[in-house]
Design a protein around this ligand. Structure first.
Ligand code: TYD
Length: 153
């Protein structure tokens, strides 16, 4: 189980593989500020940061499963939809606020689409890039996810 987010973060919605976390916001007429502190607001040690930008209209990213990877996904600018699937159910989250993060836990299938013009998708990741953590075939992912669920019960 992921550790609970810090005191000032607020989990908005529970799901098998994803939940929204509201990050601290320092409001200012001259511009708002949001910050993240490792292992306080982020429920895992951050080992990698990457971001998607210049995404053309109609494009989709992701479309693969991850075995161990945990991620925090934030719409730094603009908006997009994140579809998260744990092999049994699928949820869609529309991200459009720089202070709202989506925590995607391990053993998930993730796709991102419906990018607005100029959208920037920031991802904080729990592991270094490792191709062997990817499952690129959906049916293989579902079998692996269900096997893991059965083993846990
Ligand atoms: P991929 O994760 O497949 O991107 P997406 O799912 O958004 O389409 O990665 C695309 C390419 O970028 C792939 O060749 C691997 C490389 N890559 C890295 O080298 N490091 C990284 O941290 C990430 C996320 C991708």
């Amino acid at each position: 189980m992921p550790r609970r987010a810090g005191r000032r973060s607020k989990g908005l919605r529970s799901a098998a593989s994803a939940r929204l976390i509201d990050l601290p916001r320092i409001a200012n007429p001259a511009g708002n500020l949001t910050f993240l502190e490792g292992e306080r607001h982020v429920p895992f040690p951050i080992r990698r940061v990457y971001y998607l930008y210049d995404v053309p209209g109609g494009a989709a990213r992701g479309g693969h499963g991850h075995i161990e990877l945990e991620q925090l996904v934030i719409a730094m600018s603009g908006s997009f939809d994140v579809h998260v699937d744990d092999g049994r159910s699928r949820q869609t989250f529309h991200l459009n606020r720089s202070y709202r993060a989506l925590h995607v836990t391990r053993m998930h299938w993730r796709e991102i689409d419906n990018f607005s013009s100029g959208a920037v998708c920031l991802v904080l990741a729990s592991t270094l890039y490792d191709e062997s953590d990817y499952i690129r075939d959906y049916d293989t992912f579902v079998r692996a996810a269900r096997k893991r669920t059965v083993r846990k019960t």
